[in-house]
Design a protein around this ligand. Structure first.
Ligand code: COA
Length: 254
């Protein structure tokens, strides 16, 4: 099972479990997560959701090989189902990030309510580096969360940044020692689970509800470009370069 789920005392944990491929996410994994989030919405036994990876890797983002073999063709593709569920979730979501969080590994955090990072966490959104464009409404949410200039640096250059920087920017609530990350994140999720569920849901909806339509529209707009760009030559060059372990050459494209 490449996505593990389990409910413990009201906390639904969703765990990336594909360490040999750095937890890169396939369509099947998106589907599992979308299904788990959808089921959680109507399951009274779920009072908080916790995303975790492995100590050395959160996730390397979209599986690039699966993207080529099995590209998301429509808005009902698993990746878009996942984005719809996580962006519209009524229940509180906590994330515990250690190691690299690439692409959607970082953008999904903008839909979480509490984000804790280990001191070894590294965040990156290398969409332009891959000949692609932002997804998960990150082109809307990142400038809102961190300000335009910092968002531009992270989304245009796509370079990795540290847990400290992510925390200073407001993308992460707290940086903790790697060996304490899970415990801290679980404690925070347990606090949420112990509070009145209706108050938690309403508080979240009051903070985020007004943006729901704008977020859905941005996910759709980005998705349209993203799907087209996946089969463009720039992305093909970037993906080949990754698997051939070489630097991509974009100079041939205007
Ligand atoms: N898609 C598919 N396979 C991936 C992957 C991805 N996004 N990320 C890693 N892998 C695979 C590698 O191909 C490699 O497979 P192999 O052992 O069969 O050769 C294995 O996972 C280990 O990856 P490797 O690059 O050797 O690990 P690393 O520790 O040196 O680097 C990362 C880790 C995450 C920094 C690096 O793998 C990376 O940059 N991955 C691509 C991230 C990316 O561009 N994601 C897409 C965002 S839209």
């Amino acid at each position: 099972m490449e996505i593990l789920t389990g409910n413990n005392a009201g906390i639904l944990t969703i765990e990336f479990n594909r360490p040999d491929k750095k937890n890169a996410i396939t369509a099947a994994m998106y589907q599992s997560m979308a299904d788990a989030l959808q089921a959680a919405e109507t399951d009274d036994a779920v009072r908080a959701i916790l995303f975790v990876g492995k100590p050395e890797i959160f996730t390397a983002g979209n599986d690039l090989a699966d993207f080529v073999a099995n590209p998301p063709r429509t808005e009902t593709s698993p990746v878009f189902q996942f984005l719809r569920q996580i962006s519209q979730a009524g229940k509180p979501i906590v994330a515990a990030v250690s190691g690299a969080a690439v692409g959607i590994g970082t953008t999904m955090l903008m839909h979480c309510d509490l984000v804790y990072a280990a001191d070894n966490a590294r965040f990156s959104m290398p969409f332009a580096q891959l000949g692609l464009c932002p997804e998960a409404a990150s082109s809307l949410l990142l400038p809102q969360i961190v300000g335009y200039q910092r968002a531009a640096e992270k989304l245009l250059l796509g370079e990795a940044f540290s847990a400290q920087e992510a925390c200073q920017m407001g993308l992460v609530n707290r940086v903790v020692a790697a060996d304490q990350l899970l415990e801290v994140a679980q404690q925070q999720a347990a606090k949420l689970a112990a509070l009145p569920a209706a108050s938690i849901r309403l508080t979240k909806r009051l903070m985020k509800g007004h943006q729901q339509e704008a977020i859905a529209a941005k996910i759709a707009e980005e998705g349209q470009h993203f799907r087209a760009m996946l089969s463009a030559p720039e992305a093909k060059e970037a993906f080949s370069a990754f698997f051939e372990k070489r630097k991509p050459d974009f100079t041939q494209f205007s």
